[in-house]
Ligand binder design. Structure first.
Ligand code: ADP
Length: 223
């Protein structure tokens, strides 16, 4: 039987999607980057099937497991994950903590706690912090590839479009920092439902616009 696991090499990048004319784009104020478009992907898949260095779990502040993607990750990882999480003493909203991945195909799990949309005064600041801290923790632990679940867009009810914009913008900011150059080879936004896919299709090109070469317009001089 063919493996149902997906490795980064099997997942098209944003640059691939532009070249294959599978991703629309509109005006963007942001500078196109061939390098960054070769790092970013968004797909619709079960995150527990990704053979990346680390996946990012939408956990709750107890870190003791829950429903949604958290439940799926704990089921696939096995009971040892819960035991390691129990020793971490929880996690604040906007922060991120890393554990082993046990029976999952990835190497590590980063657990971040997103905002409950209706419960916070500034849920956007907390969600930004989730993406920033997860990326920082990944780099601190020498991870080269990272896949994010769509944090807070399930039971926590963060609107998908706003969440996809925050995820894209914070990732762009992080990757643009000179200190982070060359650290992450792949950043994959892993969606489970169609509404989140549609949001990424709309928001990604605003923060990762195509280079002229990716549009087939020139032989390209951009970085
Ligand atoms: P939150 O409480 O942060 O909203 P949820 O787990 O309810 O967390 O939802 C977060 C996102 O995870 C949702 O977009 C949901 O569709 C998605 N999701 C659920 N199961 C999986 C899975 N196995 N793989 C990837 N994403 C998943």
């Amino acid at each position: 039987m063919a493996s149902d696991l997906l490795s980064p090499a099997e997942i098209p990048t944003v640059g691939d999607l532009y070249r294959q004319k599978r991703l629309q784009h509109y005006h963007s104020q942001v500078e196109p980057s061939k390098t960054l478009n070769g790092i970013i992907s968004f797909i619709r898949n079960d995150i527990t099937k990704l053979k990346v260095d680390c996946i990012v779990n939408a956990a709750n502040s107890s870190l003791l497991g829950g429903g949604g993607v958290d439940g799926a990750i704990h089921r696939a990882a096995g009971e040892s994950l819960l035991a390691e999480c129990a020793a971490l003493d929880g996690c604040d909203p906007g922060d991120a903590k890393i554990t082993s991945a046990y029976e999952l195909p990835c190497k590590k799990v980063i657990h971040t706690v997103g905002p409950i949309y209706m419960h916070e005064d500034s849920p956007d600041q907390t969600l930004r912090s989730c993406y920033r801290r997860s990326l920082e923790v990944a780099v601190e632990n020498s991870m080269k590839s990272i896949a994010f679940a769509a944090i807070s867009t399930g039971v926590y009810r963060y609107p998908s479009d706003e969440a996809a914009e925050i995820a894209s913008e914070e990732t762009r900011k992080f990757l643009d920092m000179p200190v982070n150059n060359g650290k992450l080879e792949r950043v994959i936004f892993c969606n489970f439902v169609e509404k989140d896919m549609e949001s990424y299709e709309w928001k990604i090109p605003q923060f990762f616009p195509p280079t002229p070469e990716e549009l087939g317009q020139t032989n390209g001089t951009s970085t």
